[in-house]
Ligand binder design. Structure first.
Ligand code: GLN
Length: 553
């Protein structure tokens, strides 16, 4: 059977959760034994989001093959087992780059190169390529909102796909908004009618409407929308707000979204198996206790900048049946105002665990170093990711090994002791993305280390996105001071993990483990970090209780 397609578009406003909707449909279809794949087209002109600020675009999600992609691909991987690569996320910039390369090479044999058919063909070929790896169903999300000028070529391409493949091989899912107007005490259908009409004006009749609302749509409202929008009544789906995103697939299942899509695609599939998801959602809503993590970062005002990180912590908390409480701390605010003044420590007290995530550039680094020093000295579980590992090494060199001038050449190219430096530049490595180390790399773990205990094995693979590396010229000094290097690449060129023994949990890793965590497969390091943090909470809880008991006596 050749692949069938589900196209997901969005209307009325952005941020309606098209990515989550696509991922949730994928999750349901996978639970019915189908092999699925997902892809996203982003209508902007950047060739990929790698060069965009986290404030602009949110997190850059990295795939095994080192593609820097949209954060929706993170949802796809968390909700399904689809294997995603650079083929699964294309921007207008990338499509045009490919076309212009062909044009310069003379591939178009003197023809005028145009949006239709050349751009639309390139888009359709990209979909076919993803479909060619054996998927039963490919879910294609079109970024942006219907009505935007820049998404038109993508919409035209999916219109053509329906024309070529027929109704039984293509389904159009449109995510729309049905707002509750407080003044009128009414849900309003007009924006949905308009967006469906807008789609129709470019030749696309929506088949299924996922209506985002804050309450269930009454049946008469569903039949009104169905009538105006020319869809079956059961195809008007309440996509109500849920507290945990992991409830989305269950909410869609209740509304029969998967049954309907399968009916339209003429696919017979076994019943869905969602027990594991139900268990996760049950835990999310019935935690036994809370664990409180402080995240010291530089893009903290915009939570989407650390999307996968937050989700990985949620997965780890769920693994222990805990509710995750996160406090985002702006690293710059932890800098010493006057030398020696440690009043910033007030901001760091009370957390069960402290985490410093990835980041680029100098801003906030001194604040991160202070947070790490606090965690190390006060024996608060610490987890450093990428930049958080590099800063942990600098902190250790400065405050334990007495190397006050220790730094990364990223923050001070002229630093006397470059503990962290651009090793790849020295090695002369140039790959996609310049000297950036991107994508999956193998790593060997030291038996008996925190890392090896977490993974339960000594050979792992994790994803990277960074330029700077641990400088092994300082290895003897740092290990002499007590730091342990517990993970390296198999050829031992790159140091991947550092740990401090005699501490409840202190681990820094050069890779980004958050990209591989899933609700049903929590990442082992996150899982153990949260366990250590919770243990810390209980220890303090007991201490507080004892203190109170003492007072009462
Ligand atoms: N800025 C650091 C580097 O490029 C860390 C990057 C990161 O945290 N992703 O090596």
């Amino acid at each position: 059977m050749s692949a069938k397609y589900i196209f997901v578009t969005g209307g009325v406003v952005s941020s309606l959760g098209k990515g989550l909707a696509a991922a949730s449909i994928g999750c349901l279809l996978e639970s019915r034994g189908l092999k699925i794949n997902l892809m996203k087209f982003d209508p902007y002109l950047n060739v990929d989001p790698g060069t965009m600020s986290p404030f602009q675009h949110g997190e850059v999600f990295v795939t095994d093959d080192g593609a820097e992609t949209d954060l929706d691909l993170g949802h796809y991987e968390r909700f399904t087992h689809a294997h995603l690569s650079r083929e699964n996320n294309l921007t207008t910039g990338r499509i045009y780059e490919q076309i212009i390369t062909k044009e310069r090479r003379g591939d178009y044999l003197g023809k005028t190169v145009q949006v239709i058919p050349h751009v639309t063909n390139e888009i359709k070929n990209a979909m076919r390529k993803v479909a060619s790896h054996g998927a039963d169903v490919v879910i294609v999300e079109i970024g942006g909102t219907v009505g935007d000028i820049e998404s038109l070529p993508f919409l035209e391409a999916i219109r053509q796909m329906r024309q070529e493949l027929g109704r039984e091989n293509t389904v159009f899912v449109h995510v729309t908004l049905v707002p509750w107007i407080a003044a009128a005490q009414e849900l309003k259908t007009k924006p949905t009618q308009h967006t469906v009409k807008e789609l129709l004006s470019i030749g696309i009749q929506a088949d299924i409407l996922l209506c985002r609302t804050d309450r269930a749509l009454p049946n008469e409202m569903k039949s009104k929308i169905a009538g105006f929008c020319n869809v079956e009544e059961r195809a008007v789906v309440t996509a109500r707000d849920v507290k945990s995103i992991y409830e989305c697939p269950l909410a869609f299942a209740e509304e029969g979204v998967d049954d309907l899509a399968l009916k339209y695609l003429h696919i017979d599939a076994p019943a869905r198996k969602m027990e594991a998801w139900k268990e996760i959602v049950h835990r999310a809503y019935n935690p036994k206790d809370t664990v409180h993590i402080g995240i010291v970062g530089k893009y903290v005002e915009y939570e989407d900048s650390y999307k996968s990180l937050k989700e990985a912590l949620v997965h780890a908390a769920l693994a222990h049946n805990l509710k995750l409480q996160v406090t985002w701390i702006e690293a710059e605010g932890l800098e010493e105002k006057i030398p020696g003044d440690r009043s910033y420590e007030a901001q760091l007290t009370g957390f069960d665990g402290i985490l410093v995530p990835g980041g680029f550039g100098k801003r906030g680094v001194e604040g991160m170093l202070n947070a790490i020093r606090y965690a190390r000295e006060q024996k608060v579980p610490y987890f450093g990711i990428c930049l958080g590992m590099q800063t942990a090494c600098i902190e250790f060199a400065r405050n334990v090994c007495g190397l006050k001038a220790a730094n990364s050449s990223e923050f001070d190219p002229a630093a006397e002791h470059r503990i962290i430096y651009k090793l790849r530049e020295l090695l002369g490595v140039e790959e996609m993305g310049g000297t950036m180390r991107l994508g999956a790399w193998d790593c060997v773990l030291t038996p008996g280390s925190l890392a090896e205990k977490a993974y339960g094995k000594t050979e792992i693979s994790e994803r990277h996105r960074h330029r700077y590396e641990f400088n092994r010229e300082y290895e003897a000094l740092l290990t002499g001071g007590g730091l342990r290097l517990t993970g390296t690449t198999p050829d031992s060129t790159y140091v991947e993990i550092v740990e401090i023994p005699d501490h409840p949990f202190f681990l820094g890793c050069q890779f980004h483990p958050e990209f591989k965590s899933k609700p049903l497969e929590p990442h082992p390091i996150f899982r153990d970090f949260v366990a250590a943090s919770y243990k810390n909470r209980l220890a303090h809880g007991v201490a507080v209780a004892e203190a109170q008991t003492t007072t009462v006596q």
